[in-house]
Design a protein around this ligand. Sequence first.
Ligand SMILES: [Zn+2]
Ligand SMILES: [Zn+2]
Length: 300
Amino acid sequence: MRLVVLGTSCSNPTVERNLTATALQFEGNWFLFDCPEGTQRQMMKSGVSYMRIHSIFLSHFHADHVLGLPGLIATMAMHERDVPLYVYGPKGTKKEIEKIMDLALMRKNFEIRVKEVGKGKVCKEEKYEIDSFPLKHGVPCIGYVFKEKDKAGTFQREKALKLGIPEGPLWSKLQKGEKVKVKGKAFKPEQVMDYSNGRKGKKVAIVMDTLPSDSYFDTIKDSDVLVHESSFLEKHITRAKETKHCTAKQAAWVAEQTKAKKLVLVHISPRYKKNKDVENEARQEFGNVVVPKDLEEIEV
Ligand SMILES: [Zn+2]
Ligand SMILES: [Zn+2]
């Protein structure tokens, strides 16, 4: 799994920062979270293949999150993309995508499959699943969680037979991590499972424009990486409330409360010139925080 921060600014791009977008690679496919102006070139600079974009997850339709979409779709069409592109977003996304496709004589040589999402399962594949959840912004806004499925380890049938656990439904329970009972005697999965080649799947949460709120804590808890908006510093908290955004300290509070392993702060107001100022404020609440530079790769 690779996680590339394509941009980190909000409202408008600056010389140092492009607008916020994040790309996640899993088994050869790229998943793109938001597509503001300039995203195509950021992708090219960081080796994110625009032809390998499987799905685009839009948080909302404010300009600083979606204006790169027509350009990206036009480039895909120009290069004869022939596989469907999946686009997810809040209520209204279908209409918005239709409008985009009416722009500037866009060619339509591949299918765009749009799905409007709210709270729940976006997709469930063999090796991963994606959930969405509503955020608290001025317009409908959606956050996403990408979850790699756990690798279970190996079931050791000889051990199970030796312990007197008969083949059948009890074996699959043990494989799923549940305890079982045989003739009143309890057995734990670790007695028959070899976990040395198994591991817990990684979880990455992307939380864009929002007021801090415990309404989405459940879905994002225990994330390996939490990418969170951090538009303001505490000294501008009034502005953050008015525009329904977070401060760095509030984003760090979210990470702390949801037991994230790592916090990545993006969507930084152009008024702040130094990453360190944002990072230091967040660190008061949460230790493992980074304010990345554009095109930085984050270890998951
Ligand atoms: Zn924004
Ligand atoms: Zn917004």
